[in-house]
Design a protein around this ligand. Structure first.
Ligand SMILES: NC(=O)c1ccc[n+]([C@@H]2O[C@H](COP(=O)([O-])OP(=O)(O)OC[C@H]3O[C@@H](n4cnc5c(N)ncnc54)[C@H](OP(=O)(O)O)[C@@H]3O)[C@@H](O)[C@H]2O)c1
Length: 295
């Protein structure tokens, strides 16, 4: 069937299609020969999506704008990065059209201190999970821990410039999960039966301090990257204007709680995919060019 889209099955609608996880989900579904619809709320983004995906323009903050994309869709990958106000109306519409939803949430139920800090995103995720559970949809919840790709936004600018990486809580341990493994689990649960009611916390295979993660990126580049501890207050100051203060406070509290104890590591990705999830070393090797000077 390689590459041929199957026309006997309804398409999967992927929201967050231009984002990190959504885009990788599209690639995985297309590779498996599934018909794919991709949602963006910026019509100009259509050109960046794979030609084999059918692109729809729709906005999660305008629920009725989703109807063309939902009409005839079998399953929906739901990524919610919009304000919460329209979530109930969107989930209701989704249930009226599709049979299955896979929701990208977070591990807010996991009793590890890293995941138990005050977190407005967690409250939104919990609310959307509640809304989904109240419908008759076949649902699967996917909860990645720290995405490996966060380090691109966090550390790549300093590393590309040949500068010291200055960061708070270098000793905080996380188990970064490769976005491709998160997407592979999402794609599997979207296209195959048997995952209804599934609730999966997805992590990378090992607990690593943030400072060690920077070292591993250095190994991929073949040079040592200097790491310097930054105070939480300095991090707050430097983050002003680039991230909401609630998100910054949430990260600082989570890292602070993660110092001196191993990160939570699960086998869910391996159990579902039948292969070990990629290591951070593998992720760094595959993304080395994004950290290379002059890139
Ligand atoms: N970063 C982490 O470590 C981590 C860990 C666990 C969970 N998560 C969760 O993962 C989710 C983010 O996933 P991601 O990183 O793949 O996303 P992302 O790269 O930040 O992309 C966000 C996506 O949302 C879409 N979007 C934004 N506003 C929209 C709107 N009004 N209507 C429709 N689409 C809209 C954007 O598409 P267009 O602009 O093209 O419309 C874009 O594709 C969040 O819920 C986050 O809490 C993240």
């Amino acid at each position: 069937m390689g590459g041929m889209n199957r026309t006997d099955i309804p398409p999967v609608l992927v929201t967050g299609a231009t984002g990190r996880v959504g885009r990788a989900v599209i690639d995985q579904l297309l590779d498996a020969g599934m018909p794919v619809r991709a949602l963006t709320h910026r019509s100009e983004a259509a050109a960046t999506l794979p030609a084999k995906a059918e692109v729809f323009t729709g906005d999660l903050t305008v629920p009725e704008s989703l109807d063309p994309a939902l009409n005839g869709a079998g399953a929906v990958f739901l990524v919610w990065t919009a304000p919460p106000r329209t979530a109930a109306a969107v989930v209701e519409r989704l249930a009226a059209h599709a049979r299955r939803v896979v929701f990208l949430s977070s591990p807010h139920r996991t009793p590890h201190p890293f995941f138990q800090q005050p977190n407005p995103m967690a409250m939104l995720h919990a609310e959307i999970e509640r809304l989904i559970a109240a419908t008759g949809l076949e649902s699967t919840i996917i909860r990645p821990g720290m995405l490996a790709s966060n380090s691109l936004a966090w550390w790549a600018p300093a590393i590309r410039a040949g500068e010291v990486v200055r960061w708070p809580y270098g000793a905080a341990e996380t188990a970064p999960v490769d976005d491709r493994d998160v997407a592979a689990v999402a794609a599997r649960t979207l296209r195959q039966d048997g995952y209804t009611g599934g609730d999966y916390v997805l992590t990378g295979p090992e607990s690593l301090t943030q400072a060690t993660q920077v070292d591993i990126i250095g190994d991929a580049l073949g040079r040592r990257i200097a790491f310097e501890e930054m105070t939480p207050d300095e991090f707050r100051r430097l983050s002003e204007g680039t991230a909401p203060s609630s998100v910054v406070d949430m990260l600082l509290a989570a890292w602070s709680a993660a110092v001196g104890q191993p990160a939570h590591v699960t086998t869910a990705a391996a159990d579902i995919l039948g292969t070990a999830p990629r290591t951070f070393r593998q992720w760094a090797a595959d993304h080395a060019t994004a950290f290379a000077e002059g890139s």
